[in-house]
Design a protein around this ligand. Structure first.
Ligand code: ZN
Ligand code: ZN
Length: 412
């Protein structure tokens, strides 16, 4: 039997450093993950390289075979792709927040930021429309709302990303004027900063008079009368996954950041009802969708976010329980015989650190022809004894392509 489909399950931040000799993963009951370890080849993996604390975005670039130092465009373009903006090489993208500044006459940059998230106001469709329709700039731009108070701004036409944003990052201060980061700015640097400042001023003038905001102010709620921009980045030229590896890519994730990475690599981001990217996500629905996607795509990324959140919260028991829930939800994959399945993480998020660490993550690959090893449990203290030994994130796709018989030969 031969098959060339690959399902990569990334359980975000699943691994830890020990607390009294145990981790959430090692103390959780995970019969399904353990059966994969028993039937497959195991190892540990440095998502970027040993000791490097990967972000979820850079970690996923590496796991999908793209060196982040070459392709990672910064948060702005990833968030913009995540909200569904179709980025072109050279576009400058920012993360955006709807925010509240003081309600009085005068320039946007003279007013104090009252709330960086506009009271977490989330019904921002009309406001986003009014920005796109009401603002005239010298360059093409796209503004799109994201989830909650978030959004993204893209500027087109040969601009620069060597400029600062407008978000002061703290409340009680006025927005920062965008300025070139270099001591010897180019004309594009100067022009881009001017455009960003003009956009911000115009957005404020439109938003503060928008009926929705006047209504909010009347009822004592914070008006979403400003846009704060941060994380500028330039979209690089990225060869899409299909042309780079010859396989069609699909992404199942509830997290905007991972959807953004997937879109930047030319993957199909599949919608799943109930996939929230949080602790309340519908794991069963995501697994079902991943299994369906094996019929329509060659390489499927199934991303599960919440273990990372429990790690950031420092919640050992919560993480352990959620890992057990993930394990139960992955059960249907046990019967998926005509597909290589790899299970791993994009980085460790130890509950003791409450952030990502540079510790390696466990990895297992199950499928036809893998060299089964003696590892019988999926975890930090077991997988390193497996046949994959210690690999890097960038090694994963080549290993999977080779197993699946779709790797090109190097030499004669
Ligand atoms: Zn992550
Ligand atoms: Zn995280």
């Amino acid at each position: 039997m031969s098959y060339s489909k690959i399902l990569l399950v990334v359980i975000d931040g699943i691994s830890d450093r020990p607390v009294n000799g145990k981790t959430p993963l090692s103390s959780a009951k995970t019969p399904v993950l353990d059966s994969f370890a028993e039937e497959g080849v195991c190892g540990i993996m440095d998502p970027i390289s040993p000791g490097v604390r990967a972000g979820s975005d850079t970690g996923h670039f590496a796991l999908l075979g793209y060196p982040p130092e070459k392709y990672y465009p910064g948060r702005g373009p990833i968030e913009a792709a995540g909200v569904g903006i179709d980025l072109k090489p050279g576009d400058i993208a920012f993360r955006a927040n709807f925010a509240t500044v003081e309600d009085r006459e005068g320039s946007f940059f003279d007013k104090v930021v009252v709330d960086r998230r506009a009271g977490r106001f989330s019904n921002t469709d009309e406001l986003a429309d009014s920005i796109n329709e009401g603002i005239d700039l010298d360059v093409e731009f796209i503004f799109k709302r994201g989830s909650g108070h978030r959004g993204a701004l893209v500027l087109r036409n040969n601009l620069s990303d060597r400029i600062s944003g407008t978000d002061p990052k703290v409340e009680g201060k006025p927005p920062s004027r965008s300025h070139p980061l270099s001591d010897n700015p180019s004309s594009e640097d100067v022009r881009t900063a001017e455009i960003v400042n003009t956009f911000s001023e115009k957005a404020h003038q439109i938003l503060k008079n928008h009926p929705l905001n006047l209504e909010r102010a009347m009822s004592g709620e914070l008006p979403a009368n400003a846009i704060l921009l941060r994380g500028p980045g330039k979209m690089p030229h990225v060869e899409d996954f299909k042309s780079k590896f010859g396989l069609s890519l699909s992404i199942i994730s509830g997290t905007a950041l991972i959807k953004g990475v997937g879109r930047i690599l030319g993957g199909d981001v599949l919608q799943v009802e109930g996939a929230t990217g949080g602790k309340d996500t519908d794991l069963e629905a995501k697994v079902k969708r991943a299994m369906e996607s094996v019929k329509s795509h060659d390489f499927i990324l199934l991303h599960i976010k919440a273990p990372d959140e429990y790690g950031h919260d420092g919640d050992f028991d919560g993480k352990k329980k959620f890992i057990e829930k993930v394990d139960r939800a992955l059960k249907p994959l046990s019967d998926l015989d005509d597909c290589y399945i790899a299970i791993t993480a994009d980085h460790s998020t130890p509950v003791t650190v409450k952030d990502h660490s540079g510790d390696p993550v466990p990895v297992v690959i199950r499928g036809e022809g893998v060299r089964r090893d003696d590892v019988k449990a999926f975890g930090e203290f077991t997988c390193y004894r497996g046949g994959l030994c210690r690999i890097r994130g960038l090694d994963l796709v080549p290993i999977l392509l080779d197993l699946a018989g779709v790797a090109k030969k190097y030499g004669a």
